[in-house]
Design a protein around this ligand. Structure first.
Ligand SMILES: [Zn+2]
Length: 502
């Protein structure tokens, strides 16, 4: 076993567009795959497995979209052990193939219905065929972690002898423990360049990827956010940060990973778990008083590495565990000055909301501060009336707002009533078009169709961001109220005209 700090030139193969897309319920359009491929290339991923050409004409069109992009990464297609699959991949103009052949007896006999000997012969023929067509070839021994190691060695050794560029240790069902990965990869890496393909069924995907590298592998297969079949593949961003932080080994462009994570979450519809390493909402958020206080004294007090390293920012959240220093820092962020006694009272009320199990939003904090300091703020933007028409035709919403004492009315359409209403708000406030909706969440507080929903919006204007929640039994009304309140907060304390004359 090598010390990982001595490992150099670790390459990444991203299979978000193939194994990742095999996650239940995920289907990406050609445009979406192209967008993700471009970002993967910008993040310096070495190989992009763009799909499986054998899936059908739609998938082939999608793979062709990716191969048509002017990107540096090697673009490949997944191929089963059939000459036809290789021909279909060639039709898509790929640079290479990931040729998957059975390795365990369960797959050799039970799935493909062949024998160990015949399987080796077929593999050799297919590698020679692919190399004749100038393809970069990686041979994956499927279910390798449950294969007889002697046979795995024979099969993949024959593939290398036939001209394959590299072979891959595949923990297809996430069965391996690190010692098993080390044993297999150590033996395979004696034969030639080895990749490692790990799944997270035992929660060991990252560990097994690192163990494989220590045992001699030099390429890691993985996906953005770790999406994939069942419990998913190894998350590339986690391998990347572990190698960088722990061993000083550089792989992909770390500052790109957060944008990539959000893009993949949005296009696949698989949300990021809040506690996810590197890219989860809470990964750099501190709420507890002790941690906030420590972080304010020294950024590194409760963080292994700074958020900027992965393209993110630190957040201090207020809630049940908030401390006085955290509340003071949050007020300071909104340029609000309070006396020591007033701070005590704001702090007490923040804890009170937190104790009720609620997160304290910026709007909550600002309202409390105004109340405590007796600073009566005049609202500049207020909701006067909202009507929506949905069902049957195009969803339409009309809205009446009072802006600096003047009424403004607008009607807009949208993909649904909420979308239509939010469009109407934005149209009515044409002059403050520089506010941006950063995020939008809906939570049902109670079950059932009469549930009260809470909508939380995060909006920004320049370098200021506010979060506001609103609850209502009507989701459209809750959304609009939250958005209007957020805009009102963002334009507060400014003498300028809110709405430009039109
Ligand atoms: Zn896989």
């Amino acid at each position: 076993m090598e010390d990982l700090s001595d490992v150099d030139d670790v390459q990444f193969l991203d299979t978000t567009l193939r194994d990742g897309e095999q996650a239940p319920g995920v289907s990406l359009s050609p445009e979406e795959k192209a967008r993700i491929a471009r970002r993967l290339d910008a993040a310096d991923v070495d190989v992009i497995e763009a799909g499986s050409a054998c899936t059908g004409p739609g998938e082939r069109e999608t793979i062709s979209r990716v191969t048509d992009l002017d990107i540096d990464a090697t673009v490949t297609s997944f191929c089963r052990g059939l000459e036809r699959d290789i021909d279909l991949a060639l039709d898509c103009g790929v640079d290479g193939i990931n040729l998957v052949v059975p390795a365990s007896d369960r797959h050799v006999e039970g799935k493909v219905g062949t024998s160990r000997e015949e399987n080796v012969e077929t593999t050799v023929d297919l590698v020679e065929y692919a190399k004749e067509h100038d393809l970069w070839v990686e041979v994956i021994g499927e279910d390798g972690s449950r294969a007889d190691l002697d046979y795995l060695e024979e099969l993949l050794g024959a593939a290398l002898d036939a001209g394959a560029d590299r072979i891959c240790f595949a923990d297809t069902v996430g069965h391996a423990t690190p010692d098993r990965a080390v044993e297999a990869v150590s033996r395979l890496s004696e034969l030639g360049p080895v990749s490692t393909h790990t799944h997270d069924d035992l929660g060991l995907a990252v560990t097994n990827a690192l163990a494989s590298l220590a045992a001699g592998a030099d390429m890691v297969h993985g996906t953005v956010n770790g999406i994939g079949e069942r419990a998913g593949n190894v998350a590339l961003e986690e391998v990347a940060i572990a190698l960088d932080h722990g061993y000083g080994v550089e792989t992909m462009e770390l500052t790109e990973v957060y944008e990539l994570a959000k893009l993949v979450a949005n296009t696949t519809g698989i949300p990021l778990p809040p506690n996810k390493a590197v890219v989860g909402e809470n990964a750099f958020t501190h709420e507890s008083g002790i941690h906030t206080d420590g972080t304010l004294k020294d950024d590194a007090m409760y963080e292994p590495y700074p958020p900027e390293k992965v393209g993110r920012e630190r957040r201090l959240a207020l809630g049940k565990h908030a401390g006085r220093a955290g509340v003071a820092a949050a007020l300071d962020e909104h340029d609000i000055e309070v006396s020591e006694e007033e701070l005590d009272e704001v702090f007490r009320r923040v804890k009170e909301i937190g104790d009720r199990g609620k997160r304290v939003t910026d709007a909550d904090l600002l309202t409390i501060a105004e109340d405590v300091s007796g600073d009566d703020r005049e609202r500049r933007v207020e909701l006067a009336d909202l009507t929506t028409v949905a069902g049957g035709g195009t969803p339409t919403a009309s809205i009446r707002l009072t802006v600096d004492g003047e009424e403004r009315e607008e009607a807009e359409t949208g993909s649904g009533p909420v979308d239509a209403a939010l469009n109407a708000v934005q149209a009515a406030l044409g002059g403050v078009a520089d506010t941006h909706l950063e995020s939008y969440h809906v939570d049902a507080i109670t079950g059932g169709t009469d549930a009260v929903v809470t909508v939380e919006v995060e909006m920004s204007r320049g370098d200021r961001t506010v979060t506001v929640t609103a609850s209502d039994s009507d989701i459209t009304r809750a959304s609009v109220r939250a958005m209007v309140d957020a805009i009102d907060r963002l334009v507060a304390d400014e003498g300028e005209t809110v709405v430009a004359d039109d």
